[in-house]
Design a protein around this ligand. Structure first.
Ligand SMILES: [Zn+2]
Ligand SMILES: [Zn+2]
Ligand SMILES: [Zn+2]
Length: 298
């Protein structure tokens, strides 16, 4: 199946990105210590965190493709979201360490080796660029988090390149910790955004690309459907959703008409990436009180 093949390619892509990043972060740590640049050291620590995160994605993504079983009836899709949450925590921790190292240097700037910074920045752009190209085809929330992140890394390296050029001709050493802090603040902002998005998946919110009211309106346009209520949509991993809804039809609706309604409704749902669809068909004024007053319906 082509779907399984995509997943496998995605796995492969994450694996390659992981090894590229691990190799590169070791190179950077060495380079950062040699050039005495906190901006480079920040990037090194940060990229090391990325390697851990990628390794985790690699392992958990493998799990997330497994079929469901008696205990995990929806399968393991949410493992990729779990990986995204753990990645975020690792990156936030790394960012904390960077801030702690960079802030004192604002008051007491240290001279970095500008030529070395320049060379490391060139290598940084090349390596992160290669990793982004590897991940380009991924579609899950997790892989989008990872590739977005690598693009930010490239921007960080471009900034490092510019600062190293300035430091070649001036003694504005304070630019090094300033850049380090700027990169870190930018990273924290994006990590928080992604973390909130991942937590929303766990909190069963309606996926961003789905408007429940519009979906109900679409269902109501199916011939013989009188009304629709109790529609709930949530997502397993940001891509594959789950839908439940109640469809009211007239008392005398025939079996074949109900089957036609079901198939049209499922067709609409599948187009919205709802892979698990559960329908309740109600005839006329049938009572469907569910003993839960908390959900948002009229
Ligand atoms: Zn990074
Ligand atoms: Zn409900
Ligand atoms: Zn109902």
């Amino acid at each position: 199946m082509s779907h399984g093949h995509d997943q496998q390619q995605e796995q492969h892509a994450i694996g390659i990105a992981f090894f590229l990043n691990l190799f590169f972060s070791i190179l950077e740590i060495t380079g950062g210590l040699l050039t005495n640049s906190i901006a480079i050291i920040s990037d090194a620590l940060h990229d090391f965190g990325d390697s851990l995160a990628l390794g985790l994605s690699f392992i958990l993504q493998k799990y997330s493709n497994r079929a469901g079983n008696a205990k995990y009836s929806y399968g393991y899709r949410r493992y990729s979201i779990l990986a995204a949450v753990i990645n975020s925590i690792i990156l936030l921790t790394g960012s904390g360490f960077i801030m702690r190292a960079a802030i004192p240097r604002l008051l007491d700037p240290v001279k970095p080796h500008a030529e070395g910074m320049f060379l490391l920045a060139i290598v940084g752009i090349a390596f992160n660029g290669a990793a982004v190209l590897q991940l380009r085809r991924g579609k899950t929330l997790n892989i989008r988090v990872v590739s977005l992140h690598l693009i930010e890394d490239i921007l960080g390296w471009v900034a490092t390149l510019i600062v190293s050029l300035i430091l070649l001709f001036t003694d504005w050493y304070i630019l090094d910790p300033i850049l380090s802090i700027a990169i870190t603040v930018y990273i924290i902002y994006h990590v928080m955004t992604n973390l909130i998005q991942s937590l929303r998946v766990f909190l069963q919110t309606v996926p961003d690309n789905i408007d429940t009211a519009a979906l109900e309106a679409k269902f109501q346009r199916i011939p013989k459907v009188r009304s629709v209520h109790h529609t709930h949509v949530w997502t397993l991993d940001g891509v594959n959703h789950v839908l439940t809804t109640h469809v009211v039809v007239d008392q005398g609706t025939s079996l074949s008409e109900v089957i036609a309604i079901k198939s049209q409704l499922k067709h609409i749902a599948y187009e919205m990436h709802c892979e698990h669809v559960t329908l309740e068909i109600e005839y006329g004024d049938e009572d469907c009180s569910m003993n839960h007053e908390n959900c948002e319906h009229d």
